[in-house]
Design a protein. Sequence first.
Length: 544
Amino acid sequence: MKPCRLLICFWAGVTLLAGYGTGFSTSGALPQLRDISQQAGIRFIHSFGDEKLSNIVESAGAGCALIDYDRDGDLDIYLVNGSYEKSVNHPQGRQFSGKLKNALYRNDGHNRFTDVTGSAGVGDTGYGMAVVAGDYDNDGDPDLYVTNFGPNVFFRNNGDGTFTDVTRKSGVGCDLWSLGATFLDMDNDGWLDLYVGNYLAYDPEYRYFYAGDGFPGPLAYSGQPDILFRNNGDGTFTDITRKSGVYNPDGRAMGVSSCDFNEDGYTDIFVANDAMENYMYKNNGNGTFTNIALFAGTGFGQNGEATSAMSPEFGDFDRNGKMDILIPDMGYSCLFLHSGTEFYTEVSSLTGLAAICGQYTSWSGNFFDFDNDGFLDILITNGDSHFFEPEEDLVLLNTGQKTLKNVSRLLGKDFSQKGMGRGSAVGDIDNDGDLDILILNIGGPPALYENVGGNSGNWLMLDIYPGQKHRQIVGTKATARIKGDLHVRHIMTSTGYLSQSDSRLHFGLGSAGMIDVITLTWPDGQQTTLEQVPANQMVTVTAP
């Protein structure tokens, strides 16, 4: 076999940008965020199926995704919508009955999108919550799993611009109230398994609550068990929840994510639970998991409190090569730094995150290098949980000294607008080398923010392909050495609250014009090495 590095090809469509390539802008100006939703052709309006926010179901959703569903090199957009359900909405919402559905927008290039929901066949009309993408059948294109208040839906990508509903055939239907979900290869057999986080046993007749809250909170209802589905490799899945050790009937999962946080070669699972302890499932490598959240220090907040945790996000915040965890919540949010063992330290106060988030109700959090300086910054969406009271979203710059700086008000008038932020995704929608932002606002239009000026710093993007059938790339780890500094990225599903970000691996390089060496560790343990890789380009890597 030829060396793996010979399988690399360079995409000429993204090259050095005129006027850039000398590090962060010489003027020191911050990148700006410009809302291009309308000019891009995004006409979607989210609805929670009612005229007034009146219960916890309406308040919870929804998510969004940046995925390349047609594999043409451009990121497309999937947006989750609510619906009118008699068991959820008040009678005033009947006007929405049968009129609401999810939407898929195809990226046509030059920041223009076309609504292809109907032709693609993905306009689910259920009460939507989350969307997660993963190639469950290993045919090279992303399939979509949508969670609902009610039956979930699984769409198989046919590879020709259309999808087929395979929920019943695959066996991953779930009639509980599902919120977050994540694809992972739990047993390293090359097939993506599926973990579905379930929330509450909602009772529309329950009326005992503090009137000032507007409606009952999560503790008014009993929890529900999550479900782990094992991929059988033949298009079907088997429920192995009890057998695998992740059965917890009292959980209140809002967001879930998966990553090999202890780097033992097996993907682990993190569950952010509402108003109770979180679950951190260590993969034992034998088909079972052990909840180590209390041992690892990630079960509760900084002061031992059970937070209203929304969504876990993995990323190397302090650039020590280990995956840290960001969890927005209704209080001060949590940031857990990986110590290098299985212990984590909660640093929301030390980094300044707590002081910034304390005045908001936070939902989604994303690690992303906003200004291409080589350090992961943070995006957080905000919006009141009990009343329709919009709040501004946040971009927090990583100073490189384990502290955060709130620059949200310096990013242009568009980003200063308030919304009812829920799900969010980050990715390079225009392939210009900096990361753009998509935010799903409940009860209104989404916000698609173009990053203007983020590519003043050098960058590199890795677009990784499976190369052959029955090859899985989720779980791939990329380690880059740049002038002695360490940068680590993982291919993961389910990023942010109920959402999915760009699966391509983005590296901000600052003033560095080249990456000295990149080591790709594939899920099966094989490695590919790239040396002396020039900056400011998209590199397509095919798995060995």
